[in-house]
Design a protein around this ligand. Structure first.
Ligand code: B12
Ligand code: SF4
Ligand code: SF4
Length: 393
């Protein structure tokens, strides 16, 4: 029978062949941060992500052994994605967060971790295994920290020194005993820095290490259904899927990219998946949209949420050319999209004098046919903003 040390060496070799940038192996133990997690939920910081508070999720977060009968060991891996950002190719471009520019990392990590599980069972015979990536009820950052992959930073990210924080995490739970790797948990190495806390456009950090997801642009653009709170829309800028600001300002990311070759599947598919063309997305057909999001993390949001985000980005563009795509969005069959397009017309008209009269005309036309009360309220507020600007000329 193959022993824990030989299994560990086999697992490390398989993880290296699979191309992971960091690898750690730890015995499965109850979480030391279960109370932190529950306090975060109790404060409502998870917003509408109610699955995070389900009994199954809370149990797994407290003790990962409930996720796989007989689980004894966890392999934790980090995979780096690209940090480079080429310049925007033209006007009216949105921004997609770096982790979402290539193939969906859930698919990439899952496939690679299955290869590792197969390599182990090929030599050691049947072993119970469960691949976990993101949505499984596992405290991924804590596990990575415990396995010595990096430290918990004030922006709540796991920073892997030498790689930075532009890494995604995945785990393979196993019923076999593997000898642990020798990585040790590190204390936070943020020191006196607080650049991320100060740079967050929406003020989403309640404190160092504590994020109120309800204010986070990543949450607002991806997880949140319905209307985006009006007071947070301007701060979203051109971001239509996710946000990287609290990582962009981090000194640990400044030199990491040159030292890393990111996973090829996670690198940007093309310029349109870095700087999406907002005009195109405003009028994109169902088939084209399917092609654009295929096998990317973008498929997690539906057309209505995407076009809601596009409308906000157009409203923040301060570019009169945004009028044409907004004219299309304000007549969308989806009330959510029409409402955000109305808001955007108000913003655009308020910031670009040349767009004011056409924006007002579009709002007036929209008002005559609008039946949805929430959208009507958006139209009235946008028109009032334009009138106020006229008064202050
Ligand atoms: C829910 C969720 C979100 C939410 C909430 C994020 C948050 N910070 O809580 C939203 C939608 C906002 C989000 C955004 C993003 N997410 Co997310 N998300 C998750 C998910 C599913 C759960 C996170 C969670 O439980 N949050 C609740 C808090 C309490 O738990 P925690 O994040 O583990 O936080 C730890 C620290 O706060 C720490 N802590 C608390 N107090 C203190 C005090 C001290 C002194 C110390 C040292 C530590 C410490 O303890 C907590 C537990 O270990 C994880 C996957 C998973 N299963 O873990 C991915 C995950 C965290 N997300 C990930 C990514 C990539 C992102 C984004 C970068 C995507 C983007 N570009 O838009 C942003 C980053 C925003 C940010 N600064 O966190 C990666 C992070 C990889 C990494 N290097 O850390 C994960 C691990 C997914 C993955 N498999 O790779 N996400
Ligand atoms: S991802 Fe963006 S909005 Fe969310 S906490 Fe970081 S900087 Fe703030
Ligand atoms: S920006 Fe500063 S405080 Fe924030 S995570 Fe990076 S080192 Fe830590």
């Amino acid at each position: 029978m193959i022993g824990p040390v030989a299994l560990r060496d086999l697992a490390i070799a398989a993880c290296q062949r699979a191309g992971f940038h960091r690898i750690g192996i730890v015995p499965i133990e109850p979480s030391k941060r279960a109370a932190t997690y529950q306090a975060w939920l109790a404060a409502g910081h998870h917003g509408e992500m109610t699955y995070l508070a389900s009994p199954e999720h809370v149990a797994g977060r407290a003790d990962p052994s409930v996720l796989l009968e007989g689980a004894r060991t966890a392999i934790i891996v980090a995979l780096a994605y690209g940090a480079d950002a080429p310049p925007a190719p033209g006007p009216l471009r949105g921004v997609i967060a770096r982790y979402a520019r290539g193939t969906d990392y859930h698919l990439v990590l899952r496939d690679r971790l299955r290869e590792v599980a197969d390599a182990l069972t090929a030599v050691a015979g049947p072993i119970g295994a469960r691949v976990c990536v993101d949505s499984a009820p596992l405290p991924e950052r804590e596990l990575a920290e415990r396995a010595g992959l990096g430290f918990a930073a004030k922006n709540t990210m796991l920073i892997a020194p030498g790689l930075g924080s532009y890494v995604v995490l995945g785990e393979l739970l196993l019923t076999a005993e593997l000898a642990p790797t020798d990585g040790k948990p590190e204390r936070s190495r943020c020191g006196g820095c607080r650049a991320c806390l100060d740079a967050c456009p929406t003020g989403a950090f309640v404190d160092a290490f504590v994020l109120d997801a309800r204010r986070c642009i990543s949450y607002l653009t991806i997880e949140h259904d319905g209307a985006i709170p009006v007071e947070l829309r301007a701060a979203m800028g051109a971001r239509i899927f996710g946000c990287d600001v609290c990582q962009e300002v981090c000194p640990w990311n400044a030199s990491a990219p040159e030292r890393t070759t990111p996973a090829v599947e996670l690198t940007a598919r093309d310029l349109d998946h870095v700087w999406p063309d907002l005009e195109r997305l405003a009028t994109i057909g169902a088939n084209q949209l399917r092609g654009f999001v295929r096998r990317t993390a973008l498929r997690r949001i539906d057309r209505a949420r995407l076009q809601r985000n596009v409308a906000v980005a157009l409203g923040n563009s301060a570019d009169a050319r945004a009028l044409a795509p907004l004219a299309a969005l304000v007549t969308s069959p989806t009330a959510l999209v029409r409402g955000h397009a109305a808001w955007a017309l108000g913003e655009l008209g308020a910031t670009v004098a040349a767009a004011r009269a056409p924006a007002r005309a579009l709002l007036a036309a929209a008002a005559t046919v609008e039946a949805d009360p929430a959208t009507t309220a958006e139209i009235i507020a946008a028109a009032a903003l334009l009138s106020a600007r006229d008064d202050h000329r």
